[in-house]
Design a binder for this molecule. Structure first.
Ligand code: GLA
Length: 726
């Protein structure tokens, strides 16, 4: 039993393999957060002793106890306007216009298994694997109830959180803010790490000590965005990859989000995370419920790599769904960087044929195959084959590809419409725009209003018609702009604040319906690369195109940041041509390959443009990926360097019997000492043989002394070292 309740239902302990979470209901019914950290096997309340802090008021029922303040106590879920002046977890406007929310304990409930969330993706687990704790809080003076849900995956050190706001009163209320997570940490010196970036440079980790006040990482773009990711870490100042305390939180949500970390007057920390409350307002009628998305939480007292392992496990096993979640993915070739919009059937077949000769499993036809689509100015929405490019239609193309022993995949961007399209001409009102204003265009395109059922039904029909029309094994589901000009005719003026969240709910409904209807198809998410790289999408698409930047050097930084939360199998990663199209950089083909192999592997160039030596290298790379694939996707991942700071980018995959080190040394200098890197996660007392040599090392030697990297020549020199335990 991971969940234990003591003291007549007033004290809650959640224990996982290595962690403990503790809460208590106090004499006023306030649910206090006591502890989240290592399992100390002790009631941790002794740490909490508060002074009378001026200007931090006291709840009425506490009478003369001036040291009892909601503004200083660690709270499990804090309501706005009732004496806690820190960042509140929820803000509700009642029918009289007031907005105080004073939450007190009502009841609790423990269930076997893991709860699910209506309309939203969430961690799933069977009854043997998980338990659920529900704690019901109620506002002192209204019918608003807040149900806190905790899903506990004991063996994985994972606790999930989500909140349900229920209106049990007689009049509607408005939800202005309802985060999924509120986490108070009364002690400790914490740094926070967030993941920022831009298009073609996503998820760059940034670590900074907390400063007093509020720091924020958020998106207002209707997607999680390239600029920030809905994931954050708090770590002790001394925390490294393998030592120190850290807490990670990742939000399973594919829309505008907000993470705030407040460092308060008493040097306490509050982290909140959930739907971005800006531009959000949800009308909750009497009797209705509102479900927040889920946050996945984990704690490690052994540094960040242990935390990453917990997130990799839970996302791979309990978030991703479907046939492909654990099996090796096909090695694919995508024609985007080979042709952009300029192709016809012969050209695609030529690319596919040469790729098949080198061992590629699947050909993916990217953007440009439909409607009038010779550039990105037109055609989106017209999901009908462009016969001037593919004169024999999809079936003829697919049959030819299949005759080379390859599978076929296709690119779509179902949420979008070009103004120059038949769809827009027929249904201009289906595009998101505000009547009387000119909409903002992004990549020349507008966004379909998938908050509307009729639009979703159309999209479902047109996409399922394509998928039924030929033998399609893979779909790349793209989304290529930030969303603005929020307005929908399907909601009255006073409910427009619901639209952003309803868009995400509409997206999930579509993804759920399509992935359920086509269980054999592998869906890959994409959003101009990694603009919607989140754990919500991963429930439907077990891999996401990580970035539109395919430069091997840049990719080491992007994939390093991505690896803090997201498993390697989820990272779509391809070898492309040189000079690289995004940066002009030239890197060896082997360097591009070892970088792309840290993911769901493929190629994105015309392999026929390679010389014979390079072609032989490609053939060999594919064989190696097939050999190492289960170690790469199933082994434990170790970040052996920080590519933004170190002279090399190195990482490793470790299983029971094997170790694979991949990466690159950035520069070769004359008379340079060979680089040395210490491995981690090995068995110190076992012996490991280095492939391709007669060298044998003890695990202890490789971890304490390290391994010498090969002698380098040139820049971006590739590294691959494979060890087998003897
Ligand atoms: C996005 C994707 C690319 C490619 C183009 C096609 O930018 O990230 O991989 O599919 O769209 O337009």
């Amino acid at each position: 039993m991971a969940i234990k309740v003591k003291c007549q239902g007033k004290e809650f302990y959640i224990k996982t393999l290595n962690t403990m979470y503790q809460m208590k209901v106090d004499e006023f019914g306030v649910l206090r957060h006591i502890w989240y950290g290592a399992d100390t096997d002790c009631d941790m309340e002794y740490l909490l002793d508060y002074p009378d802090v001026g200007f931090s008021g006291n709840i009425y029922d506490a009478q003369n106890r001036r040291n009892y303040s909601l503004d200083t106590l660690p709270l499990e879920y804090s309501g706005a306007g009732a004496g806690d002046f820190r960042c509140p977890a929820a803000e509700i406007v009642h029918s009289d216009g007031s907005n105080a929310l004073d939450l007190r304990f009502q009841s609790y409930n423990i269930k076997k298994g893991k709860y699910s969330i209506e309309g939203l993706p969430s961690v799933y687990a069977d009854e043997a694997e998980a338990e659920t704790l529900e704690i019901c809080l109620k506002d002192t003076s209204s019918g608003v109830q807040v149900v806190l849900k905790y899903g506990v995956l004991e063996d994985q050190d994972i606790i999930t959180r989500s909140t349900v706001i229920c209106n049990t009163g007689d009049t509607p209320v408005k939800i202005k803010k309802a985060y999924s997570l509120c986490l108070d940490l009364p002690y400790g010196d914490w740094d926070w790490v967030h993941f920022h970036g831009r298009h073609t440079m996503e998820r760059v980790p940034e670590r900074a000590p907390l400063i007093h006040g509020i720091q924020e990482s958020s998106s207002h773009r209707g997607i999680p965005s390239h600029q920030q990711n809905p994931a954050a870490l708090l770590c002790s100042r001394d925390c490294t990859e393998s030592e120190g305390d850290c807490i990670g939180a990742v939000l399973m949500y594919s829309g505008s989000f907000q993470t705030k970390v407040e460092y308060s007057q008493l040097n306490q920390v509050r982290m909140v995370m959930g739907i971005n409350p800006e531009l959000f307002c949800w009308e909750l009628n009497a009797g209705d419920k509102f479900y927040t998305p889920e946050v996945i939480l984990s704690f490690s007292s052994n540094g960040m790599e242990k935390l990453s392992h917990s997130f990799h496990n839970v996302i791979r096993n309990n978030v991703c769904k479907g046939k492909y979640k654990l099996i090796e993915r096909p090695v694919l070739i995508n024609n985007w960087e080979a042709t952009y919009f300029d192709f016809n059937e012969e050209r695609l077949i030529d690319i596919a044929k040469h790729a098949s000769e080198l061992g590629v499993d699947m050909f993916v036809m990217d953007d440009g195959w439909f409607g009038k689509r010779d550039d990105d100015c037109s055609g989106l929405g017209d999901w009908f084959v462009n016969k001037s490019k593919l004169n024999g239609g999809l079936t003829q193309l697919v049959d030819k590809i299949k005759s080379y022993g390859m599978k076929f995949g296709i690119w779509i961007e179902p949420e979008m419409v070009s103004e120059d399209s038949d769809l827009y001409r027929a249904h201009p009102d289906w595009a998101i725009q505000i009547p009387g204003r000119k909409p903002t265009r992004g990549r020349y395109q507008l966004v379909l209003d998938i908050t509307r059922q009729d639009v979703r039904d159309y999209v479902y029909k047109v996409i399922s018609d394509i998928l039924n029309s030929a033998d399609i094994s893979y779909v790349k589901w793209d989304m290529n702009r930030s969303i603005s000009d929020w307005y929908t005719a399907s909601l009255p003026p006073e409910r427009q604040g619901e639209m952003q969240h309803r868009y995400v709910l509409g997206l999930y409904e579509l993804l759920d319906k399509l992935t359920s209807a086509f269980p054999e198809i592998l869906f890959e998410g994409c959003c101009g690369g990694g603009g919607r790289f989140d754990a919500g999408i991963l429930q439907y698409c077990p891999q996401i195109w990580c970035s539109d930047d395919t430069d091997a050097y840049e990719r080491t930084i992007i994939q390093y940041g991505t690896s803090f939360f997201y498993p390697i199998s989820t990272v779509g990663s391809h070898v492309s041509t040189v000079p690289n199209h995004q940066t002009g950089r030239i890197t060896p083909i082997e360097t591009r390959a070892v970088t792309a192999m840290s993911g769901s592997f493929g190629y994105e160039l015309d392999l026929n443009t390679l010389n014979d030596k390079e072609k032989a290298a490609v053939k060999e790379q594919i064989q190696r990926f097939k050999e190492y694939g289960s170690l790469i996707h199933g082994g434990k991942y170790y970040r052996l360097s920080n590519p933004s700071k170190d002279k090399f980018a190195l990482w490793s995959f470790v299983s029971q019997d094997e170790v694979l080190v991949h990466g690159m040394v950035f520069r070769t200098e004359p008379n340079m000492l060979r680089c040395n890197v210490k491995l981690r996660g090995l068995d110190p007392n076992e012996k490991y043989a280095l492939n391709g040599s007669d060298k044998v090392y003890t695990g202890k030697a490789l971890m304490e002394g390290g391994v010498l990297l090969p002698k380098t020549r040139g820049d971006y020199f590739p590294v691959e070292l494979y060890f087998k335990k003897l």
